[in-house]
Design a protein around this ligand. Structure first.
Ligand SMILES: [Mg+2]
Length: 423
């Protein structure tokens, strides 16, 4: 990539179409478990397939569309499903198989967006805001997503696209089966108005009864009410639901990897002074192990935390805990960079006591693709790429010969302390 191209890339618009603040897709597999059973046993195609039993014995967990025509629904007692559909094909669930396919689906979702928020095995929000440049208008992107899921899994996904989460979910639901619906910001309110108010998230059975008593049946009824009146009647959820009814839903799509944190720690066989070599070696091992795990998951951390448990007992098996955190200028997945932060934190902690346990944690994760880190300066990008190559090579050695083979800075030292994951 030439310099001018990379600048164009950096300066281009967010990729969202005009008027769209965000482009949010909600993708939901059609009759997921039942469809997987039909995929694996094609002779079941077109038949009323009802998945129940297994871990959730006695309740329908998924029903094919042929079964739904008889009124069979998920969460219905299997006994009732048998009464409604006596000639139905009842099968036990195979959770391992559903999880396996779910992984493939997730891979496809993640190839469309770095920001995927799974809601269950077969359902996720995708933030497609930045995808416009590559994938075209929202409808084209969603249509490509449907095709790709079908190609990779043989299964059908329905997709709703809207500028807000709540509407995207309603749309995917309304579009089923094998559906695709998108709505732009200019039509959002008109689309929501005639829908029953229970379509909104947060309107459960009790709230719905109270809404009906207040004469609110449609989303439009709620949108037209006064926020103060709603607060008086329903408490703080009243104005919140009114915001949703007006098509305002500021909740972003939050990738599940962003919520995660990573940690490595160990308890020493004997308590150590804060300057002890063994402590330094353990921390290097933790930093390197963290770096490997971050790289394996293609994420980078912006915050590094040092965790020390002091040897002075507080009674009841408890010990004083010291934690110190540092925010990095740029997110990292590099063990050496993590260790530099750990050294700075160790100096800052200035622990004058013996230490019983030491750990390193990584928080505030981002995707580690350099293009998404805003590294458009070529020198920085090249340095990052070189470092990434080095780390990939180290990771390959670690996989072949074990983690101790590559623990940096330990060439002549004794084995690094074994580490274990805390999360
Ligand atoms: Mg589903």
């Amino acid at each position: 990539m030439s310099r001018s191209e990379s600048n164009d890339h950096a300066n281009s618009e967010s990729g969202a179409p005009p008027g769209w603040e965000r482009v949010i897709a909600h993708a939901d597999m059609d009759a997921f478990y039942a469809s997987v059973e039909i995929l694996d046993r094609p002779e079941l195609r077109g038949l009323p397939v009802i998945v129940g039993g297994g871990a959730n014995r006695g309740v329908v967990s998924s029903a094919s569309y042929a079964a739904r025509r008889f009124g069979v629904r998920s969460a219905m007692p299997t006994v009732e499903a048998r009464r409604l559909c006596p000639h139905g094909v009842f099968v036990r669930g195979r959770m391992d198989r559903y999880v396996e396919i779910s992984r493939t689906i997730r891979e496809v979702f993640e190839s469309f967006s770095p920001i995927v928020e799974p809601l269950s095995l077969d359902e996720a929000f995708l933030d497609l805001t930045g995808a416009g440049r590559l994938l075209g208008p929202p409808l084209a992107a969603a249509s490509a997503l449907k095709r790709r899921v079908l190609e990779r899994t043989g299964l059908v996904v329905s997709v709703g696209v809207a500028p807000v989460k709540m509407a995207a979910k309603i749309l995917s639901d309304l579009s089923k089966p094998d559906g695709l619906l998108a709505i732009g910001p200019e039509y959002l309110r008109a689309f929501l108005e005639p829908l029953p108010v229970e379509r909104l998230w947060g309107v459960g059975r009790v709230t719905l009864e109270r809404m009906h008593r207040a004469g609110i049946c449609l989303i439009g009824d709620l949108a037209r009410r006064d926020a103060g009146e709603l607060r008086a009647r329903f408490g703080s959820i009243g104005p919140h639901l009114r915001e949703l009814a007006c098509g305002r839903d500021p909740r972003p799509v939050v990738a599940d990897w962003r919520r995660k944190s990573y940690g490595e720690e160990n308890t020493f066989e004997r308590d150590l002074a804060s300057g002890a070599d063994e402590l330094g070696r353990a921390l290097i091992a933790h930093a390197e192990a963290l770096g490997r795990r971050l790289r394996a998951d293609r994420v980078a951390a912006r915050t590094i935390t040092l965790k020390l448990k002091l040897a002075r007992p507080l009674g009841g098996g408890r010990y004083p805990l010291v934690t110190r955190s540092l925010s990095l200028d740029a997110p990292t997945d590099d063990g050496a960079a993590i260790m530099r932060a750990v050294r700075a934190l160790l100096a800052r902690a200035a622990v004058g006591e013996k230490i019983r346990l030491a750990g390193v944690q990584a928080h505030h994760l981002e995707r580690s693709d350099p293009r998404q880190l805003g590294l458009f300066d070529q020198k920085v990008a090249i340095a990052v790429a070189r470092n990434a190559r080095l780390n990939r090579a180290l990771d390959a050695v670690a996989r072949r010969f074990g983690e101790d083979a590559v623990t940096r800075g330990l060439a002549h030292a004794e084995r690094a302390a074994p580490t274990h994951r805390i999360k």
